[in-house]
Every structure is written in structure tokens, then in C-alpha cells.
Design a protein around this ligand. Structure first.
Ligand code: BES
Ligand code: MN
Ligand code: ZN
Length: 500
């Protein structure tokens, strides 16, 4: 992975070297510190701005080489748009715009963290720093030849100039741990499936022990004893045995009910006997995006020592066609005792989650469970790639998720649940079948999951459109987006963490 960008904080008075970056608003106004940094070059810059198309729109930039009167080789003015009510997510994107302008030739970069109007707070400078790191990540581990024009701040050392570097550094500590969690999730999604199969994924999750997370790995024998017939049915056609990993972070009060996050970890989804067409099948290495998010989230929470008890649980399998693979028509018995007729072996994610959700509900009695899964192609038909589908049996949990979706930019859109959908998955031979009709495919998938939550307050996020292959944006240039880590970290921080 390339996350080599170094971000630090320096005082406004530190001399800029290499490339200098300043911000202005959409009235082309600079803040006091930015004006000061421009010094005698202010007039030149204003003339350049006036004769260009640059209007200070959020994320737009004006590049000036060797500006007269400045000791730097390059000056970049980045627009911050309207700054009066600038939000955290806007600052994250502003940081992304900064990283986006840094090229391979830039080794030293100074960013003046200053906007017109009120003085920038340490938390705001920290958000810019997070945005820089998020944007700069790229997955190039398997490229043996790096190209000269590879841009994106990868090797730059970025100094963010602020009024109080110590305060900014302190404010950046938790945010930087969250960025680490996002990057970990992206990394897992990007890894090829011959490298990241269930056992290897479990090993990577076990690294969380270094942060004080308790990690328990259930192997096939343990899962057989637990009677996880739904998960094991999916896994049985693969040469790689399945795993369930339970992670526990105890940052809250002793004995306090935990929150639970559950992830679909299908390390590769061929569809099984109901095999998928070959076009884009390679994308199905990302069918563990839910599990990746849970691991990234546990990293973020543990590293920033979140004052909360949390259980993370992931079901790891590979869905392969094989002489030993499960067939359409098979009936499996889930850990809950409910039987399932397999109609389509490609509807495997819900089978994996059925046993993990049931296990977590019984064993950990959580306050709520949120599961994340690249569950259905149908959610992309419904919502595209900007919103994840949200399904919930609990209005308050749904409202909290919607609110943090807005503030983090990891948006969710609530979808319906109800008996009219639920009856579509009744089976003539077993308690239920694993698919409904084509119409409303994401909803019947969610109805299936709901049959395994045992009344626990629960939300399901269908992240098939958002976890991978979504269009690149200001803060993400990677195929695996790490979607959900910032969303759920914020959910925990805002509503469930004790503040002391
Ligand atoms: N992993 C897929 C869903 C998916 C598709 C995720 C494309 C990301 C991109 C899931 O296991 C699946 O195959 N779902 C089927 C369900 C159907 C057989 C009822 C689907 O969506 O077609
Ligand atoms: Mn599938
Ligand atoms: Zn799948």
C-alpha cells in the first residue's frame, strides 16, 4: 500500500519550502494568515486570479509556477467555496483537493490552514489533514514498475501551518486513527482473492490484538459444533475453509451491553453452482467489503480508545462451484434451527450472515446490531453508488444512521421492510428459501436477515454499490472505498460513547 504521505503541523511563522498551498473563498478572499504567507506576491496572485477562470469554487484550484516574490517553486490557490458555515466533511474534501494537486515532483508542501472569517480551529485543521491522508492512499503493492506521472501526494511531506501546532496535533490523533481504519478496510477490499482467502483474512483481523482487541477465531470444527449450517453450506465447495472471527473491544464500563457490528466476508463470490457470468466476476474479490469495514472500524475504535464496548463479527467464506458445493434444492439448517431451501447458490451472503447474526444476538445480547454487506446487485439498481441501502427494525437507530450519513458524507437511504415482502421468502419445503422474486431483491434479502436477529434492534446496510468500484471522489481514489468506517465511527462517537 502507498500511504507514505507524511502530514505534520507547523506554526504559521515557519518558512514555506517547495510548494505552497493557500485557500480562498468564493469571493476570492484570503484569510489573514494566508495573506501574510503570500507577502509581496499578493498583488501578482490577485492579478493571476482576475485573468483566469478561477472563481474560488470548493475544490477548484489555480496553479502558479515560481510566483514572483515568493521563495517557493509553486503556489497553488485552492477554492474553499462558501466558508461561513463550513462543515467537517467540507474540510475533509478540502484536504482531498490539496492532496489531489500534489504531484510526484512535490516533495515538500506547506499548506496554510486559514480561511477568511473566523480563525481556524484545531479540529478543522485536523479534518484537512485527514482529507489529505484519505485522498493520498493508493493500492499499488502489486505494481513492480512505478510510473513517473503517478501523482497523488504519495511521497510528499506535507506541513500544515496553523496557529497552534500542538493543539492541531492533539486534535488530529483520533481522526488519524480513523483514517488508518479506513485505509485498512480499503486495503482488505483491494487485495486479490488468491491472497486474501478466509484464513488469511482471519489472520489480518487477529492483528487487532496489538491494539488490545480480543480476537476469537472460530474454525470449521467450532462452527460445526455451533451448528452453523447456513454459513458452512456456502463454504463447503471451497478448498479454503471458512472462518468466523469475533472481535471485542472493551473500552466502556464493565458489564455494559456492547454494540455489535457484523460483516459479510465472502472473500470471493463465483455464485457457486448458480455460477455468475464471467463479465466483471473479478469484482467479486470485494464481496468481503462488509467484513473489511468491521475490521477497519474495530481498528479505529480501539486505536482511539473509544469509551464503549463493541463486538465485531465477520463471517468469512469463499463461494465456489465444486463437486462438494451446495446445490439449488439443498435444505440447510441454520444455527437458529430454522431451515432454508437453497434456490440460488449465488444468494450466499444472507446465508453467511444468518448464522453470524444469530450467534451474536444469542451470545453477546448487544444493544443493537448493524450489519454491512455487499448483498445485492438490486441495491445498485435502486440507489446507484452514492447511497447505501438502510433497512431497520428500529426507527431511532435508522435516524441516527441517517444523521451520521449526512455529516460524514457516507450516505444511507432507508428502504422498506414488511410482511408483504417477508412472505415472498416462504418455502414449500423448508421454513424459508434464500431468494424471493427479482423485484425488490434488496428488500427480500433484508427480510431474510431479519429472520435471524431474534428481535434485537438491528440495521442492515447494503453496501454493494458503495464499498467498491464507486466513482472516485475528493477523498477516495481507490477501488475499495472503505465505506462505512467513518459512518459507524461517527455513530458510536456521537450517540453511544460516554463522553468522559
Ligand atoms: N455479492 C453479490 C451481490 C453483488 C453484486 C455485490 C454486484 C456487488 C456487486 C451477491 O452475493 C449476489 O450474488 N446477489 C445476487 C442475489 C440473487 C441471486 C437473488 C444478486 O444480486 O444478483
Ligand atoms: Mn452471490
Ligand atoms: Zn455475494
Amino acid at each position: 500500500m502507498s500511504d507514505a504521505v507524511k502530514v505534520g503541523f507547523v506554526p504559521f511563522s515557519a518558512p514555506a519550502r517547495g510548494t505552497l498551498i493557500v485557500f480562498c473563498d468564493d469571493a476570492l478572499k484570503f484569510g489573514t494568515a494566508a495573506t501574510k504567507a503570500l507577502g509581496v506576491a499578493v498583488a501578482t496572485v490577485k492579478r493571476a486570479v482576475a485573468s483566469s477562470q478561477f472563481k474560488g469554487k470548493a475544490g477548484s484550484a489555480l496553479d502558479l509556477l515560481a510566483p514572483e516574490g515568493l521563495k517557493v517553486g509553486r503556489l497553488i490557490v485552492i477554492g474553499a467555496g462558501k466558508v461561513a458555515a463550513i462543515k467537517d466533511y467540507d474540510l475533509l474534501k478540502l484536504g482531498g483537493a490539496v492532496a489531489g494537486k500534489i504531484g510526484a515532483a512535490d516533495t515538500a508542501v506547506t499548506v496554510i490552514a486559514d480561511l477568511p472569517g473566523a480563525a481556524m480551529q484545531p479540529e478543522q485543521a485536523a479534518a484537512i489533514a485527514s482529507g489529505i491522508r484519505l485522498r493520498a492512499y493508493k493500492f499499488d503493492r502489486y505494481k513492480t514498475k512505478k510510473k513517473d506521472d503517478d501523482s497523488g501526494a504519495v511521497n510528499a511531506s506535507v506541513s500544515i501551518a496553523v496557529a497552534d501546532p500542538a493543539a492541531a496535533k492533539k486534535a488530529f490523533t483520533p481522526g488519524s486513527h480513523v483514517v488508518d481504519g479506513v485505509i485498512l478496510a480499503r486495503e482488505l477490499v483491494n487485495e486479490p482473492p488468491n491472497v486474501l482467502y478466509p484464513e488469511e483474512f482471519a489472520k489480518r483481523a487477529a492483528q487487532l490484538k496489538k491494539l488490545g482487541v480480543e480476537v476469537q477465531i472460530l474454525d470449521v470444527k467450532a462452527m460445526t459444533q455451533l451448528k452453523m449450517g447456513a454459513l458452512l453450506g456456502v463454504s463447503q465447495g471451497s478448498a479454503h475453509p471458512g472462518r468466523t472471527v469475533i472481535m471485542r473491544w472493551n473500552g466502556g464500563k464493565k458489564g455494559e451491553q456492547p454494540l455489535a457490528f457484523v460483516g459479510k466476508g465472502v472473500c470471493f463470490d463465483t455464485g457457486g453452482i448458480s455460477i455468475k457470468p464471467s463479465a466483471s466476476m473479478e469484482d467479486m474479490k470485494g464481496d468481503m467489503g462488509g467484513a473489511a469495514c468491521v475490521v477497519g472500524l474495530m481498528h479505529a475504535l480501539a486505536a482511539r480508545k473509544a469509551k464503549v464496548n463493541v463486538v465485531g463479527a465477520i463471517g468469512l467464506v469463499e463461494n465456489m462451484p465444486d463437486g462438494n458445493a451446495q446445490r439449488p434444492g439443498d435444505i440447510v439448517t441454520s444455527m437458529s434451527g430454522q431451515t432454508i431451501e437453497i434456490i440460488n447458490t449465488d444468494a450466499e451472503g444472507r446465508l453467511v450472515l444468518a448464522d453470524v447474526l444469530w450467534y451474536v444476538a444469542q451470545k453477546h445480547k448487544p444493544k443493537f446490531m448493524v450489519d454491512l454487506a455487499t448483498l445485492t446487485g438490486a441495491i445498485m439498481v435502486a440507489l446507484g453508488t452514492d447511497y447505501a441501502g438502510l433497512f431497520s427494525n428500529n426507527d431511532q437507530l435508522a435516524e441516527h444512521l441517517t444523521a451520521v450519513g449526512q455529516s460524514t458524507g457516507e450516505k444511507v437511504w432507508r428502504m422498506p421492510l414488511g410482511p408483504e415482502y417477508d412472505k415472498q421468502i416462504d418455502s414449500q419445503f423448508a421454513d424459508m428459501k434464500n431468494t424471493g422474486s427479482r423485484n425488490g431483491g434488496s428488500i427480500t434479502a433484508a427480510q431474510f436477515l431479519q429472520r435471524f436477529v431474534d428481535g434485537t434492534p438491528w440495521a442492515h446496510l447494503d453496501i454493494a454499490g458503495t464499498a467498491m468500484g464507486a466513482p472516485k471522489n475528493d477523498i477516495n481514489q481507490s477501488w475499495g472505498s472503505g465505506y462505512g468506517v467513518r459512518l459507524l465511527n461517527q455513530l458510536v462517537a456521537e450517540y453511544y460513547e460516554s463522553k468522559k
